[in-house]
Write a protein that binds this ligand. Sequence first.
Ligand code: SF4
Length: 389
Amino acid sequence: MLDTVQEPLFAAHYRGDVKKLLAALEDEKTVTLVQCAPAVRVALGEEFGLAYGVLTPGKMATSLRRLGFDRVYDTNFAADLTIMEEGAELLARLEKNEGLPMFTSCCPGWVKYLEDHYPDLLPHLSSCKSPQQMGGVLFKTYGAELAGVEPGCVYSVAIMPCTCKKYECDRDGMDSSGFRDVDLVITTRELAQLLKHKGIKFAGLADGEFDQPLGAYSGAGNIFGSTGGVMEAALRSSLELATGVPLDSVELNYLRGGEGFRVAQVEHQGVQLKVGIVAGIQHVAPLLDKIQQGEADFHFIEVMCCPLGCVSGGGQPKTVLPQQRIHATQARKQALYRHDSGLELRKSHENPQIQQLYKDFLGAPLGEKSHHLLHINYSDAEHCGGDHE
Ligand code: SF4
């Protein structure tokens, strides 16, 4: 495995986004922040000879510090925040009985598909920014305030399993704080390549910690990386917040299949919801056609472009054989759920750092400040100004 090659030999071959990252890390006047998506920590180890699905958040935190990042935060924290906003939005739509079914909006490939092919259905799309963008805007506002740095000096990087996330970070409207929410997206593969070229032996690193408070997360935030994970995380919180009664079990196994389209009826304390989960963009058109014709009576639908969600994203480590790909993505998915079940904190609304964030900075979910910073009108924002190579 190529993990000890000296950096100067390869520096000339660094491409666009990796070059930009290195320039930011070398600039002493810049404060560099990084966030890591849930699906990255169950795949990055593969590039360094670890088995499929080995969970490596601690090694990831250490390796990012070795690269020179000033703060290492976590997209999982922002996933918990997304659930607070998206759950509140779902409950508001249910109360008014409008804009149903509500579609999730955390997959930029799906958002673009809807904009291009079914623009009349855009009012169904949640106005929430994705966890990547919510994390980005918070790091440059609340986070900058806590760290005592000027937001203009902050360079915010997201490590993602997804090439579409590069497009998302460059969309118009992703700058409601007055600064770009996220400055740069690096994929899992690009990070692995950079670590190898820097001679950082990932597999042998000691476990580090994420910086607090923007690195604290619940198991619900962690399962965002799998198909059905956003739905499960949202239901764990919204059903409990709507009824005041905890769920019998937070493990909603009936949402966890791998079929391209699956349906579930959910009941909790008299609240009844019909939900749909789409895994793989090729499965969405028949459903959207039915919604257009008024023949689908869903309340909430999760759509992810990739077959098993972000664990199988286009920026993840590649496998040679199709059978290896299936094995790898299944192992990554199982690792996310194992991580969730091993955590004490399983629900986004119980994350004490999220509660503190609302108390100290945001106010309430869907409040004025939250709406301004964390939501976007996707119907109005269709342009991308990116120049990625
Ligand atoms: Fe990106 Fe695929 Fe995840 Fe969508 S499902 S956000 S395209 S990795």
